[in-house]
Write a protein of this length. Structure first.
Ligand code: G4P
Length: 536
């Protein structure tokens, strides 16, 4: 096999999706522990903060060096090169999360055994499901009392409308599980409890279920229960089909505890075998680019400015889709129609940044961005010059008018607003002909506004005056006759604004108000996203 194909086959690029507090940080850390990227669990935890309060999030963001390394974590395990994409775990939803999922080939859905499917799990699940991403389920926190495994299976099937196939099954009684049965290998792994509280790999005894030692170790009653469970699953459960997993119609389910490492290795090994290697990607014209196409291509899915406040740098994260990346290579950047040299590419190995010499499809690379890249941009060999499918747009639902507190700081303020909108942190609109020197910003989650305020102050030295607006709906407006649009300036139950490409957008309180406007202006057409974009 050639080098490119070999490298593609061994790569796995995925994101972990979950509701805050389900244990994403803990599981990520344990995967790193088993991957040998860290030696004692506890180091990733240090960066953890964003679950409860915005102020925590800000604190951690001050230490950008740390949060950056968590954008993607890479390690090797059992011949695989694993890339874990970190989706921000805020209580509040943000566009960043959606975009990160664009760079993944599969997702791990983490569920708290006591809580089941929670609101954020649902939201993220649907984003993955719509893209037909294969989804693997890990039921976490089995070290303490939770809901019955069958009950959890049923909930996932009912609420998320996806078929479930348990690959592992807990052995023992709720709250006191002793190990895991693997339905594929038909082996039981019993865990030896230790005093490390999960900071080290867990010792275990593994044996075929037919081996008398299993019965001896767990006792007759638990053994009979286990056999009954397995029979029930085999008879009444779903058939396993790798094809259905690949299409996102069936989710393999695993049980364990990230905290005590129970079932983690079992999960990691099976997941790596079952999850897809880097997948082909769709282009704007509907064509497909295969990862083993020898010509290089990549797209930008995330931009982060001022990662290092001392240097004011801006990093564009790109996912490689085909070909081989080599340090210093020149590639064609479609959106600027220019060749760019990819100097100083960075890769993030556990806690450290390293310079990348070579990388392959599925890998994520951070590039120092002089301000030319945007989210969704395409980079490719200049013989290819391809354009990837546009990123979906997320219609904003929360709006505010913003202006600088101190008008002497207007320059910094404008620079900040414009850069942060390029980074995709906010969407920016302007009113015309009203003589107001302010911007209207639109976001998907409230936290984005708080982050905007914080970053403008800290990174651009501009304090913000922010007035919330009552609108919850934005529609891009089209009409045969431009005068019909102009007429919307006089709306008293809405506002006419223009996006950064100068396209007219109407903001209103609710759908009812939209209908009211449409009835009075039948030649208008309202679009949820700009005409040239797809919605998530
Ligand atoms: P998140 O990134 O999904 O928000 O969750 P995180 O890993 O931070 O876990 C949230 C809480 O759940 C933490 O407790 C963590 O220790 C706990 N947890 C994670 N996995 C397990 C598990 O398998 N079993 C049990 N019992 N608990 C688990 P915390 O008290 O909020 O934080 P800490 O005091 O442990 O730092």
């Amino acid at each position: 096999m050639d080098e490119l194909k070999e490298n593609i086959d061994k790569r796995r690029t995925f994101a972990i999706i979950s509701h805050p507090d389900a244990g994403k940080t803990t599981l990520t850390e344990k995967l790193l522990l088993y991957g040998g990227a860290i030696h004692l669990a506890g180091s990733v935890k240090a960066r953890k903060a964003d679950r409860h309060a915005v102020s925590d999030w800000m604190e951690i963001e001050k230490q950008r060096g740390i949060s950056v390394t968590s954008s993607v974590l890479q390690f090797d395990y059992d011949g695989y090169r694993v890339n874990i994409l970190d989706t921000p775990g805020h209580q509040d939803f943000s566009e960043d999360t959606y975009r990160t999922l664009m760079a993944a080939d599969s997702a791990v859905m983490l569920i708290d055994a006591a809580k089941g499917v929670e609101p954020q799990t649902k939201k993220l699940f649907w984003v993955c499901h719509r893209r037909h991403l294969p989804i693997f389920t890990f039921i976490n926190k089995l070290d303490r009392y939770g809901r019955e495994p069958l009950d959890l299976m049923e909930e996932v099937e009912k609420v998320l409308q996806i078929r479930v196939y348990p690959i592992t099954w807990p052995v023992g009684i709720d709250g006191h599980y002793k190990g895991i049965y693997n339905r594929i290998t038909k082996q039981v792994s019993l865990f030896k409890s230790d005093a490390s509280h999960g900071s080290k790999q867990l010792e275990e005894v593994t044996a075929d279920i037919g081996n008398p030692i299993v019965r001896e170790l767990i006792g007759d009653e638990l053994f009979e229960n286990l056999k009954n469970d397995i029979e029930l699953l085999d008879m009444a459960g779903e058939d396993f089909s790798m094809d259905d997993v690949g299409k996102g119609d069936l989710t393999p389910m695993f049980f364990g505890s990230a905290m005590t490492n129970f079932g983690v290795q079992e999960f990691l090994e099976r997941f790596l075998k079952m999850s897809p290697a880097p997948q082909p990607r769709t282009l704007q014209d509907g064509e497909i680019i295969q990862p083993d196409n020898p010509m290089f291509s990549a797209f930008v899915f995330k931009i982060q400015a001022n990662m290092n406040p001392a240097h004011r740098d801006r990093i564009a994260f790109m996912r490689i889709c085909s070909g081989t990346f080599e340090k210093g290579m020149s590639v064609y950047h479609l959106q600027s129609s220019k060749d760019v040299k990819l100097a100083q590419p960075q890769q993030f190995l556990a806690q450290e940044r390293t310079i990348v010499e070579k990388a392959y499809p599925g890998d994520i690379i951070g590039l120092f961005d002089p301000g030319i890249f945007g989210i969704g941009d395409s980079l490719s060999d200049d013989k290819l010059k391809i354009r990837f499918e546009d990123f979906p747009v997320f219609p904003p639902e929360i709006f505010a008018r913003v202006q600088p507190k101190d008008s002497l700081k207007r320059k910094q303020f404008e620079k900040g607003i414009i850069q942060l909108s390029q980074e995709g942190a906010i969407q920016v609109f302007r009113q015309k002909h009203v003589g107001l020197e302010s911007f209207i910003v639109g976001v998907v989650g409230q936290l984005q506004l708080e982050v905007l305020e914080y970053r403008l102050k800290n990174e651009y030295n501009a304090q913000l005056a922010m007035t919330p607006l009552p609108f919850t709906v934005a529609r891009w407006v089209c009409a045969e006759n431009p005068e019909s649009i102009e007429k919307l300036k006089g709306l008293d139950n809405g506002m006419l604004v223009y996006d950064k490409k100068d396209r007219p957008v109407v903001l209103v309180n609710n759908e009812w108000a939209l209908n009211w406007i449409l009835q009075r202006n039948p030649d208008l057409q309202f679009l949820v996203v700009p005409a040239d974009k797809a919605m998530v």
